[in-house]
Write a protein that binds this ligand. Sequence first.
Ligand code: SAM
Length: 330
Amino acid sequence: MEPLVDSWGREIRSVRVSVTDKCNFRCRYCMPAEGLEWLPREEVLSFEEIARLVRVLSEMGVDEVRLTGGEPLVRRDLPVLVSFLAEIPGVRDLSLTTNGVLLDRLAAPLVEAGLRRLNVSLDSLSHVRFAEITRRDALDRVLAGLEEAERYPELRPIKVNCVAVKGFTETEVPALVELARRKPYVVRFIEFMPLDADEAWREDDVLSGGEIRAIIEEHHGPLVELPAKASSTARRFRFADGVGEVGFVNPVSEPFCSSCDRIRLTADGQLRTCLFSRREWDLKTPLREGATDEELVDLLRFAVRHKELKHRINDPGFVRASRSMSQIGG
Ligand code: SAM
């Protein structure tokens, strides 16, 4: 089948699938303390519905699937969905992004079901600071989850993602860097984006990848850049002594929209062609009204033709996305 290409010539190879909008953390840069109004259960796509959409996408060349949320591990029986997706022949890369708090129990069944890659979010290695940013006292459980994941060589690389917030993350960098050097984890710093439900984001709150790199290089000397895939969101670096790898995802200071190959499916079956989309494409209704695969293909092609050229975070008239990060699926 013809590949899925947008109007700017970018081929779509990757889909991020949100399996729930619910989360058991309340990270300050993402969700308010009281949580958000969750989607009614009947609005959330079933595993069969998700698997069908992924299969149709895979036939158009989408070969990378990342499960996310909300917190994907709070969705009951998630390994069942993983096994459905792992069976789709075109899915080459099946990964999961999680806060890690339920991973100690779920790593084994997820690997068994066919999960091959893992991203764990972790913003601090201090119990007090971890609780401050996530509003949950759960650092030990996340670390236990990571330890458990490490036991499965199938799950590689293990990436640890830290959202970099000015005035908070600077002091966390040394311990996170040590983690990258001590453990088989690639630690990546991600710039804070205006996707927080509280709408508190200000440009001044962004701690850029460049600033973090300078903090690291002060202690470790120059980092050595490693080659990355053209569509990669991260710039990768190793330490001069060869021990450990860190990465920087710099959507604000170094936008990578021109090589974006991603689309997103929300938990309620809406297709988003950009994190910062103001518009969504309803796939749930046609899916539930009996659309054929051909009709879904046409819809997907039409939506992707309207994929945004770029996010406009740095433009004066920037208008926020129509939903916040946890509702979209980060
Ligand atoms: N709950 C899972 C987790 O913690 O990884 C998956 C969903 S979470 C929304 C996905 C990622 O988005 C996490 O790494 C989280 O830290 C990040 N994130 C949330 N809000 C963000 C923001 N405003 N800017 C940048 N990253 C953000």
